[in-house]
Design a protein around this ligand. Structure first.
Ligand SMILES: [Zn+2]
Length: 217
């Protein structure tokens, strides 16, 4: 894993930056797909990890939660309004013609702590940033202006592994309009370092702000 700032490491997903996990202090943020559990466990070897927190309960962020929390015997933390999805392993997806449907996608795992706006996680403040999922949360560290934004914005198109900073595909967002409001809220923080669920770390506040400014209302 690669250190990005004090007490912040990015795990080495393959391909790099496509599906991200971060270690902040002793808390793992996000857990990739189910097939990532072996790789994540190897990367965490020799590290003190005391909890697993997610940005949101989608398949590419909770896939390995059950395996990792079980193996490390650590608690699982999730945004309050995503607790149900995290525990049931079902997520909302907008299907052509059928509209929003809740489909099984991952092994559910009991949530030990429901995260709310203003909570503290490893020196970061929890921000409630709903829209991509009902209980999506971001993590903000004011002292050096680091933002873990999850999937409120994507650093690139994860399917092509390139392209500009963008909003997630609207079919994957429960409420795309609400997600844009969350994006505007995050841009107003003027983060110096943005850590995406998908995409490379970004140390360019102007580029982040410009991408958010381009979103439709
Ligand atoms: Zn994602």
């Amino acid at each position: 894993m690669q250190q990005l700032a004090d007490d912040i490491w990015q795990l080495d997903g393959k391909p790099k930056n496509t599906v991200n996990q971060y270690l902040i202090g002793d808390v793992l943020v996000d857990a990739g797909m189910a097939f990532d559990s072996g790789r994540i466990m190897r990367e965490l070897e020799g590290r003190q990890v005391s909890a697993l927190a997610i940005t949101h309960a989608h398949i590419d962020h909770v896939g390995s939660v059950h395996a990792i929390c079980g193996k490390l015997d650590i608690p699982f933390w999730a945004g309050e309004s995503d607790v149900k999805a995290a525990e049931s392993g079902r997520m909302d997806i907008r299907l052509p013609l059928l509209g929003m449907r809740r489909l099984p996608h991952a092994k559910g795992h009991p949530v030990d702590r429901a995260l709310r706006e203003g909570d503290e996680v490893a020196g970061f403040q929890v921000l409630f940033t709903p829209g991509h999922s009902p209980g999506h949360v971001s993590y903000w560290r004011e002292s050096d202006r680091v933002l873990i934004c999850g999937d409120v914005m994507w650093g690139f198109n994860p399917f092509l592994m390139r392209g500009p900073i963008r909003e997630p595909f609207t079919a994957f967002s429960t409420d795309p309009r609400q997600n844009r409001e969350s994006a505007r809220r995050l841009a107003a923080f003027e983060p110096e370092l943005v850590l995406f669920g998908h995409g490379a770390p970004l140390r360019d506040p102007d580029r982040f702000a410009a991408a958010v400014a381009k979103l439709p209302s």
